[in-house]
Design a protein around this ligand. Structure first.
Ligand code: PLP
Length: 383
């Protein structure tokens, strides 16, 4: 067979650049990444405030560049399969945020309105997702204040489930949504198993969802596997950008058919992403490298809680993991003063409420500075 000769494609013309981006704000300092890390190390607002590490940057640079919408993104495909296996679920779907992951899970389970979701009154799905349950799913939410003040039990939930019966006044419960950790507190696994068993016995058409944004901490603290912790749940949402320190990324986990449908909703939500392997590559490093560092965040949190308590502050939630909830008013000092003094230090720390969140880049010196300021304010009061 002869191959006909074709002409060569035209070469790229050498021209002067056609586009110059206007410098509206001053360009970033050369050491902007180092500055971000230093700031994060003294920022107590959340464990979302972490600086991406060098190994994440390296992994991002080497990620396979396939288009995820065409299923060509080998980096993300591999990561989804690995995380699903780690959790003992059939499939996983990488999404940009924990909010999207939760809302996609809820939307995918909810088929035929009217329906409702039972959850903790403090639950992220209810309080902090901009009314997403109503907006995306048209679902009524039945928020419950846990009787023990810490986490929901079957006793709290049972009387609030709306059965799908002949009484048409109410919206039948289709999902019970739990959160673990919730406010840094670990939900005992026995209670989760109890909730799941009762649901399956009496309300087999109600799905059990977990907002496991920080489930990593539970695994590290209890020594239980992620598979065991998530076995009772029909769907799970996990975050790589909280505690683990990835710049972006969450994953929803569940049965294959459920994830397949969720993929359709993800596209509908506008989050069909293209060469997203650059982000899932960083998330993989976050999981592989930071998971092992979480135990130190627990040690620092326990130490801080005990020092605060010794000084006379009230610890308002158990310090099970990486969050310390405190009230300095029994010491005669106000939270506002602590926040303002911290912000005025030559090396300021950032606190925006009565919660100190410790992450893998938290500088122990910043915690010492927090304690020093509290002692200083206490001393001034006694003078
Ligand atoms: C428990 C919990 N779930 C979900 C989310 C939502 O995650 P994102 O901020 O990525 O939307 C957060 C955010 O901090 C959270 O704390």
């Amino acid at each position: 067979m002869t191959i006909s000769t074709v002409s060569a494609p035209p070469p790229r013309p050498s021209t002067t650049p056609l586009l110059q981006l206007p410098e509206v704000v001053p360009p970033l300092a050369k050491n902007a990444a180092q500055i971000a890390l230093t700031t994060a190390s003294r920022d107590f607002r959340s464990d979302t405030i972490t600086a991406p590490t060098q190994s994440m940057g390296l992994a991002m640079a080497h990620a396979a560049g396939g288009d995820n919408v065409y299923n060509d993104d080998l980096t993300t495909n591999g990561f989804e399969a690995s995380v699903a296996a780690l959790f003992g679920k059939e499939a996983g779907l990488f999404v940009p945020s924990g909010t999207m992951s939760n809302q996609l899970c809820l939307r995918t389970w909810l088929m035929q309105p009217p329906y409702s979701i039972v959850c903790d009154q403090r639950g992220h799905v209810h309080q902090y997702e901009a009314g997403g349950c109503a907006f995306h799913s048209g679902a009524a939410v039945e928020p419950i204040i846990p009787a023990n003040g810490l986490y929901l039990t079957w006793k709290d939930i049972e009387s609030r489930i709306v059965p799908d019966d002949d009484d048409t006044h109410h919206a039948p419960t289709r999902i019970v949504s739990l959160e673990n950790t919730i406010n840094g507190v670990i939900v005992p696994q026995d209670e989760i198993v109890n909730i799941a068993e009762n649901l399956r016995q009496s309300y087999f058409d109600v799905k059990l969802h977990l907002d496991g944004a920080r489930i990593w901490h539970v695994a590290v603290k209890t020594g239980k596997s992620l598979e065991e912790l998530c076995r009772p749940f029909d769907s799970v949402s996990v975050c790589f950008s909280k505690g683990l320190g990835a710049p972006v990324g969450s994953m929803m986990l569940g049965p294959k058919k459920f994830i397949h449908k969720a993929k359709h909703f993800r596209k509908l939500f506008g989050a069909g992403m293209r060469q997203v392997g650059v982000l899932s590559a960083a998330a993989r490093i976050a999981l592989e490298e930071t998971f092992n560092k979480l135990d130190h965040t627990h040690i620092l949190a326990s130490w801080l809680a005990s020092e605060l308590q010794k000084s006379g502050a009230k610890i308002t939630y158990p310090t099970d993991t990486n969050m310390v909830w405190f009230d300095p008013t029994p010491m005669g000092i106000s939270l506002k003063d602590v926040i303002e003094r911290g912000a005025a230090l030559p090396d300021p720390f950032i606190l925006n409420g009565n919660r100190v969140v410790i992450h893998h880049q938290t500088d122990p010196q910043a915690l010492q500075d927090l304690l020093s300021i509290i002692h200083q304010l206490q001393g001034e009061r006694k003078m």
